[in-house]
Design a protein around this ligand. Structure first.
Ligand code: PLP
Length: 381
């Protein structure tokens, strides 16, 4: 099956009891057993839920994996991955990581003796020097947030395999429509389904996908034992959102490209971070690894001042000032004070995340309207 068919059909079957074409929301906490221990594969809804199961099979197929495991949020999914480690183990993560992922590693897991270090993984050949015999997970996010650097997944996977370290790729920013890390050698793919998978800004959820039975068993165990499961209605919403994933992401990518081209010509703009530009440091890797260059664009001002950025952030009308990304509607954000506020300023500045940097999540609206909105917001600044 090709991608556009999978989003609609993979794992989805008419409801056996009624023939309903859409997967029903099984809003139940438990299931009646025929005799003690004799059940239909469903015992208690933390352990199994039919709506969730269909979603898990669907996302597993989109990522070319064998097992999908859903969690109450993207961070709950990440939490389940880190819980497979023990005190003394170490995570080596990409340096401009999603703020919440950084916080989880630093503020939650360090106190249990699981250390994390953060390195520039766009230089795959330098990674080897940071690996110790404590390193158990390489944590990659690509494209990175909000600088939109692209990490060469296949190159990192080679190192991970040679050193017998698990490679986890947070594929939230790309979505499986643009890249499938398991095909490039990753062991686990993570999604904040809150973003492109759900796609309509109406649900918070996370998913892990893997080909490995051993890893899937660990994740299922933690899903049930720690209990951070999504509700059936949320599973329904994500399943429904996924049916148009390919259409939405394609349009977002087209719109983002047009907007990046508008911004680069703007007299007040100093930098546009967009991997589709030939002079972007990761352009070659992006071209090799991704089907298109994504729906995210970040940019900075010549003035380098927060005041300039603030003006623009207050003036846009179609771009809503909000955290998150990947929905049908366009969003504008200020990473330094919003998504990345929990990262120390010195750390931020190291990667170019200044106080004037603005990040756009480009939606699927008509692009002429989006450009006109930015144009008016950026006039007389
Ligand atoms: C949003 C996000 C997360 C966290 O997901 P939640 O669903 O908000 O818990 C993790 N990684 C990336 C790249 C994200 O954008």
């Amino acid at each position: 099956m090709k991608f556009g068919t999978k989003v609609i059909h993979a794992g989805v079957h008419p409801d056996p009891s009624t023939g309903a074409i859409m997967t029903p929301i099984y809003q139940t906490s438990t299931y009646v057993q025929d005799a003690p221990g004799k059940h239909k594969g469903f015992e208690y809804a933390r352990s199994q839920n039919p709506t969730r199961k269909v979603l898990e099979e669907n996302v597993a197929a989109l990522e070319n994996g064998r097992y999908g495991i859903c969690f109450a949020s993207g961070l709950a999914a990440m939490d389940a991955v880190v819980k497979t480690l023990k005190t003394g183990d170490e995570v080596l993560a990409v340096n401009d990581l999603y703020g919440g992922s950084y916080r989880l590693l630093r503020r939650v897991y360090e106190q249990f003796g699981i250390e994390s270090r953060f390195v520039d993984m766009t230089k795959a050949d330098e990674l080897e020097a940071y690996i110790t015999n404590k390193t158990k997970i390489l944590w990659v996010e690509t494209p990175t947030n909000p600088m939109l650097n692209v990490v060469d997944i296949a190159a990192i996977a080679k190192i991970a395999k040679a050193r017998r370290i698990k490679l986890v790729v947070d594929n939230t920013f790309a979505s499986p429509f643009l890249q499938t890390p398991l095909n490039l050698g990753a062991d686990v793919v993570l999604h904040s389904a809150t973003k492109y998978l759900g796609g309509h800004s109406d649900v918070v959820m996370g998913v892990l996908v893997t080909k490995s039975k051993a890893l899937a068993d660990k994740f299922y165990f933690i899903q049930n034992a720690s209990g951070a499961v999504p509700g059936p209605q949320d599973c329904f919403l994500v399943l429904r959102g996924i049916k148009t994933l390919h259409l939405r992401v394609q349009r977002s990518c087209e719109n983002a490209k047009a907007i990046a081209n508008f911004l680069i010509k703007h007299p007040r703009v100093s930098k546009v971070y967009y991997p589709g530009f030939k002079d972007h440091p990761s352009h070659k890797v992006a071209k090799k690894q991704m089907r298109a260059f994504g729906g995210m664009v970040s940019f900075d001002f010549k003035s380098n001042s927060f005041a300039t950025a603030k003006k623009v952030l207050r003036r846009t009308k179609l771009f809503s000032l909000a955290e998150s990304l990947g929905g049908v509607e366009s969003l504008i954000g200020h990473p330094a004070s919003m998504t990345h506020a929990s990262i120390p300023k010195e750390e931020r500045m190291k990667v170019g995340l200044t106080d004037s940097l603005i990040r756009l999540s480009v939606g699927v609206e008509d692009v002429q309207d989006l450009i006109a909105d930015l144009e008016q917001a950026m006039s007389k600044i």
